[in-house]
Design a protein around this ligand. Structure first.
Ligand SMILES: Cc1cc2nc3c(=O)[nH]c(=O)nc-3n(C[C@H](O)[C@H](O)[C@H](O)COP(=O)(O)OP(=O)(O)OC[C@H]3O[C@@H](n4cnc5c(N)ncnc54)[C@H](O)[C@@H]3O)c2cc1C
Length: 228
């Protein structure tokens, strides 16, 4: 497959939490993508993939990047500044939604939220979907939580959207849900077996949740996933 390369530049850079950054890139002309797709970034010998956090209708291309200690691209992104140029690929990937208005359940951990936000916001805001959309968002500690306010606003505005956050290693003070997504999920799936499931995050999470869904009679063809 031929990969087109585009020049872009950093418009905005913010911290979403202590190790996750939000980058807003200038969207190249005629850069069309589908909600859920990713792009590649190129820095000399370092080529990495990042899902697009923003909606196709948005004027910018937004990314949500978890900076790993000692990671090559992570170090570059930690030090990159607004105004700098960056080379990106054309969009790619098949972890996408269609315009079909169907019930969907999303399960994301960490920066796996990126493609899921693009999908959910496009469904609600641009496609006008009325079917139920549920998101289970898993993180480790309280300080890893990000995008909660935006998700709360979205659920207040769209009654067909709901979400839960669950922490795998919360502090004693945490009053919310705790446990990995695979621990928290079973009671939720009972009423959602006919949904289309979209999983995004670590290989372990995707493997565990996929197994759990199949054991609970969810049809394999209704499970899509992206592994980071
Ligand atoms: C389709 C797709 C979409 C993705 N979307 C996103 C996204 O939206 N957001 C996001 O944050 N990530 C995303 N990723 C992951 C991303 O592409 C990178 O893999 C991630 O950012 C780490 O890259 P890095 O160069 O910083 O780390 P790398 O240099 O690749 O290192 C990875 C890890 O290995 C460790 N390591 C490296 N070298 C050594 C060594 N010699 N000894 C011991 N440990 C070592 C590093 O410390 C780090 O923890 C996506 C991946 C895919 C495939």
């Amino acid at each position: 497959m031929e990969i087109n390369k585009y020049k872009s530049s950093i418009i905005k850079k913010e911290n979403l939490n202590s190790d996750t950054i939000y980058l807003q890139l200038k969207k190249p002309e005629n850069y069309d993508f589908l909600p859920g797709q990713f792009l590649q970034t190129f820095f000399e010998d370092v080529k990495r993939s990042y899902s697009i956090f923003s909606k196709p209708s948005s004027e910018t291309l937004d990314l949500c990047i978890k900076c790993l200690e000692g990671g090559k691209a992570s170090e570059i992104f930690k030090n990159i500044s607004v105004g700098e140029e960056i080379t990106i690929s054309s969009p790619m990937g098949h972890f996408i939604i269609t315009e079909e208005d169907i019930e969907r359940t999303y399960i994301a951990t960490g920066s796996g939220l990126a493609p899921v936000v693009s999908m959910i916001k496009t469904s609600l805001e641009d496609y006008g979907h009325k079917s139920k959309i549920y998101l289970l968002f898993g993180l480790r500690h309280e300080e890893n939580i990000f995008y909660k306010t935006e998700l709360e606003e979205l659920s207040a505005q769209y009654p067909n959207f709901s979400f839960d956050i669950t922490l795998s290693r919360p502090s004693e003070n945490w009053k919310g849900n705790s446990g990995r997504v695979s621990v928290y999920l079973p009671e939720k799936i009972v009423t959602r077996k006919n949904n289309h499931f979209f999983l995004c995050g670590s290989p372990e999470m995707v493997k565990d949740v996929r197994k759990l869904l199949i054991e609970n009679d969810v049809d394999m063809k209704n499970i899509k996933f992206e592994i980071f």
